[in-house]
Write a protein that binds this ligand. Structure first.
Ligand code: ZN
Length: 415
């Protein structure tokens, strides 16, 4: 039988309609509220449309997609859904209600360490933040090259051949593969190396870098293409800055999720768009930004001489210009694809954050990702293929961070 449902939208708008939809229903069996919420602050009560109190100390983010049936008028009050694209906070217990009725005779006492929610919200949330593990066992490198070409064409509206032409033109004038289009460069490079021997390609740093670009791209695409903001990544995946930035971002996201964090991907991603790239919500401290940088000098095969001074300046610049500060607390992720320099980069970064961390007390730390060197064991097979792409990761905590650092053990550590 259809019921009257008063649905509260996330922005507070109230919709009243008649429905026979199924959701978890908390039935108020007495005159007492069904829930007392303790938050340490005063909040308004949640009342039914008839004026009867349903929850005392109501906070909307703590009750998601739960219908409460009023004891007085029998109408349903449905609490807001998690907004589209939003993630649940880390570090909270989830009190998941099934699609059935719950009879409440005496008020339940809850605090802010738990979220009560309907299972629909949980499903939506999981779909949002989970990367998919792609079984690569039966995939050969040639398959990956072919699929990568197809994906790139889809993302860039068939621009692969145009970008490859541009790569080949610059190849005539320069030996250095400081390509404007990293992925087309990589695809062109491995295809051109088809007739070379295993020994030749194993010793060729460019071949290894090109292979790594392709594998990294393929890996993050396979894991994240279901994500609702995926299409926005796509359009900005071609250019040099955007490619390394986005690959680093999605790799960092993968590792963080594997470490037990729920990671939200911000909607607009790309060059020149100044919004934090990702975020994690914490129950106690709120939103925590994850800003991603892939400085050009740290990418293969930049010409910039990588002196300690240069490395230090890169970090200083990103700390100063970045959006992570005392008002927007977070971490800085730095992606590097420049082989053979990671030890040095880490050392300089470590000293720099120690020296100037006090001036950046909103930055919890620097998370450095670098493609690790790997062996090519067969012309068509890469040792790392069936596994996760080999990434080395180092977290340098800022000891001067203001407050309790939620990432003191690093973003890939389970919190
Ligand atoms: Zn009522």
């Amino acid at each position: 039988m259809p019921r009257v449902c008063n649905e509260i939208l996330y922005d507070g708008t109230l919709l009243t309609y008649s429905t026979d939809a199924i959701f978890p229903i908390v039935k108020q069996m007495t005159h007492s509220p069904v829930i007392h919420l303790f938050s340490g602050k005063i909040h308004d009560d949640l009342k039914c449309k008839c004026g009867n109190t349903l929850i005392t100390g109501y906070i909307k983010d703590v009750f998601l997609s739960v219908a409460i049936e009023c004891n007085k008028c029998n109408e349903l009050t449905l609490t807001p859904k998690l907004p589209y694209g939003e993630i649940l906070p880390n570090g909270l217990g989830l009190f998941v209600l099934e699609d059935r009725e719950y009879f409440i005779n005496a008020p339940l006492f809850l605090d802010l360490r738990k979220i009560m929610m309907g299972n629909t919200t949980l499903r939506q949330d999981q779909k949002m933040f989970d990367p998919v593990r792609q079984p690569l066992e039966s995939t050969t490198f040639q398959d990956i090259v072919k699929k990568t070409q197809d994906i790139y064409n889809v993302l860039t509206k068939n621009s692969l051949s145009k970008h490859m032409c541009s790569v080949r033109r610059s190849k005539r004038t320069s030996e250095t593969p400081n390509a404007e289009y990293p992925l087309p460069w990589a695809l062109d490079y491995v295809t051109a190396a088809e007739n070379l021997s295993l020994k030749d390609v194993s010793e060729d740093k460019n071949f290894i870098a090109a292979t790594q670009f392709i594998l990294s791209f393929f890996d993050v695409m396979s894991r994240w293409k279901h994500h609702p903001v995926f299409e926005e990544f796509g359009e900005v995946f071609s250019g040099r800055k955007a490619f390394h930035h986005n690959v680093s971002q999605l790799m960092a996201a993968t590792i963080m999720v594997q470490g037990g964090n729920r990671v939200g991907l911000a909607k607009a991603i790309g060059e020149g768009i100044r919004t934090p790239d990702m975020y994690v919500n914490f129950a106690e401290i709120g939103r925590f930004h994850i800003e991603v940088k892939a400085p050009e000098a740290l990418q293969w095969a930049s010409n910039t001489p990588l002196t300690d001074n240069v490395i230090e300046l890169i970090l200083k610049k990103h700390l100063q210009k970045g959006q992570t500060n005392s008002n927007n607390r977070g971490i800085l992720v730095i992606g590097c694809t420049r082989f053979g320099s990671i030890g040095r980069i880490n050392k300089v970064f470590k000293n720099t954050i120690k020296a100037i961390g006090r001036s950046h007390r909103g930055v919890a730390g620097i998370y450095v990702l670098q493609n690790r060197d790997f062996k090519i064991i067969a012309k068509n097979g890469i040792e790392a293929l069936p596994e996760m792409i080999p990434i080395s990761q180092v977290f340098l905590a800022n000891e001067h961070y203001k407050g309790d650092n939620p990432f003191r053990r690093g973003p890939s550590a389970r919190l």
